[in-house]
Design a protein around this ligand. Structure first.
Ligand code: ATP
Ligand code: MG
Length: 313
């Protein structure tokens, strides 16, 4: 039986590729038989959207393409900071030739298969979300002590590494201390991931800032290339799904910040209009067309502002 796809749909059949796994947003395929590019996987970003740990029944048309194109752009910007897993985005000429199937062109990349570290590598330059909750309880985030007097949206004295352990679909990722990461993957790997994460964050935050966007925080996933033993940046990077992007001219600590992501979705879901009770544990309802459209525009605007060019379709 085929692996389950969150949200209840089925992964599409792609010639030359076998579906092996689906996360909340991405579908992973492996080659059928030997592949000319070596030990690779096909990473396909769907149009699925998750909120409050649910994959919603509504999709955001074009979202997968924005995620993939924005990731590819960032991988290039970061090429001198860290090696990444992308091997090719070339589109098939003949079905089954091992390249990106035409059905998923624009939203898929052929990548080196990595042994992923079981750690979500988060860097934060600003305080909000789960970081803010922990700070309010203990004046720390992932065990990193912080000064008094910070509020929602405050800039931190310096960017910090705040790792989380990966949860199963439907579960919350759990923030952990650096020591927990050390116990999972060893001190050498842990130190390397922390350094790389902070380096990527600094570079990306600087680039975003020049374009009027604050990169409040971001989540990265690294793996080891089993052939070379090298640590490589995998998954997607610096998209509105994995990062908080705030318009710099509207930044104002002490409140929730407007952001280039699924804010419309979350706001609508918890508004009376949705009729959904988050505490009930029930599936959220389908999104109205205007929320879908507003969210699509937000993702596209993030792409255009960061890269300086609207997404060509
Ligand atoms: P979440 O919704 O919390 O992100 P998820 O990470 O399981 O859950 P996706 O991001 O949708 O879901 O799926 C992508 C999956 O592919 C992740 O498990 C990620 O670790 C894995 N992955 C990404 N790049 C590679 C790679 N080069 N080799 C092997 N696995 C990879
Ligand atoms: Mg993921």
């Amino acid at each position: 039986t085929a692996p389950a796809v969150p949200g209840g749909g089925a992964a599409r059949d792609l010639p030359g590729w076998r579906h092996v796994y689906s996360g909340k947003v991405r579908d992973l395929y492996e080659p059928v038989g030997e592949h000319p590019l070596g030990d690779v996987v096909l990473v396909v970003a769907s149009d699925r959207i998750s909120a409050y740990d649910f994959v919603l029944e509504s999709e955001i048309p074009g979202k997968g393409e924005v995620l993939t194109q924005l990731s590819l752009w960032w991988f290039e910007q970061l090429a001198d900071v860290v090696d990444n897993h992308v091997v090719s985005t070339e589109v098939s000429v003949t079905p089954g030739d091992g390249l990106v199937p035409a059905e998923v062109a624009g939203r898929a990349m052929i990548c080196r298969r990595l042994e992923m570290f079981p750690v979500e590598c988060v860097a934060r330059g600003y305080l909000t979300g789960s970081g803010l909750l922990e700070y309010r309880a203990s004046r720390t985030v992932c065990g990193v002590p912080l000064p008094d007097g910070l509020e929602d949206g405050s800039r931190l004295p310096e960017p910090i590494f705040t790792p989380a352990t990966k949860a199963e679909v439907g579960e919350h990722d759990e923030n952990v201390s650096f020591d927990v990461v050390v116990s999972r993957i060893g001190v050498e790997n842990a130190a390397r991931l922390r350094a790389l994460t902070l380096e990527v964050y600094s570079r990306a935050a600087e680039l975003a800032r020049e374009r009027g966007i604050i990169l409040a925080d971001t989540k990265l996933e690294f793996g080891v290339d089993p052939v070379t033993g090298e640590i490589v940046l995998g998954d997607e990077v610096l998209t509105p799904d994995s990062s908080r992007f705030w318009p710099a001219d509207e930044w104002q600590p002490g409140r929730a910040q407007p952001s280039f992501d699924k804010q419309h979705v979350r706001d609508w879901l918890v508004s009376p209009a949705s009729g959904w009770d988050r505490a009930s544990g029930e599936e959220p309802p389908a999104l109205p067309a205007e929320v879908v459209d507003a969210t699509r525009e937000r993702y596209e605007e993030a792409y255009a502002r960061l890269t300086g060019t609207p997404l060509a379709r």
